[in-house]
Design a protein. Structure first.
Length: 202
């Protein structure tokens, strides 16, 4: 399960669980995964997974942290599956109970279902709405940029100070000294190279 719930004390109102829910759900919507940072003007609120009008309780296990889009009347609202629908697997996925990888596939920016439950969630919550597809594209670009950055850093680690211009090598040594030690700050530096450039400074 993606979400591991904490065990807060019993509180007087369901609204009192807000900070616990935000923490447990990684400050993101339980249904579409949009984080509070990514949401912009979209608000967040406490959702009753089983609506109170359908007999849902205020117990912590029935509370979810949701964006307004997913919990709004045009999406989840007070919908709850009938007994017959539940027998067919028609319900909404929840990251504190379901293994989402068993239900969803991501094809580019489009979320595809691998189960009846996933199809219900995608349809009811409009999980392929344009804003979510743009968000997935942005996340993918960030992920690929991170990989390229790491490759660049790994390549830099292979460069000896002997192959750098003296002024650049001296700058690297000075920066590393400020960070708590030349060898620890730069990594793959040869003692002979460090000594030669250190001597050049004196």
């Amino acid at each position: 399960m993606l979400v591991q719930r904490s065990a807060p004390p019993v509180l007087p109102t369901y609204g009192s669980y807000k900070q616990y829910l935000r923490f447990d759900f990684y400050y993101a919507c339980a249904y579409c995964s949009t984080s509070e940072v990514e949401a912009g003007a979209i608000g967040f609120e406490i959702d009753h997974y089983k609506p109170r009008v359908e007999g849902g309780s205020d117990d912590y296990e029935n509370l979810m942290w949701s964006c307004e889009h997913c919990n709004g009347g045009a999406s989840k609202g007070d919908w709850w599956p009938t007994a017959d629908q539940q027998a067919q697997g028609i319900r909404l996925l929840r990251p504190d109970f379901d293994n989402l990888a068993e239900h969803y596939d991501l094809d580019g920016t489009e979320l595809k279902s691998k189960s009846v439950t996933a199809e219900t969630s995608i349809t009811m919550l409009r999980l392929n709405r344009e804003t979510l597809r743009r968000l997935r594209s942005f996340r993918d670009r960030l992920y690929r940029a991170k990989g390229a950055t790491m490759l660049g850093l790994q390549a830099l680690q292979q460069i000896s100070l002997d192959h750098l211009k003296p002024e650049l090598a001296l700058k690297l040594i000075e920066d590393a000294d400020q960070r708590g030690g030349t060898e620890r700050g730069i990594g793959r530096l040869h003692d002979s190279s460090i000594q030669s450039f250190t001597n050049a400074r004196s």
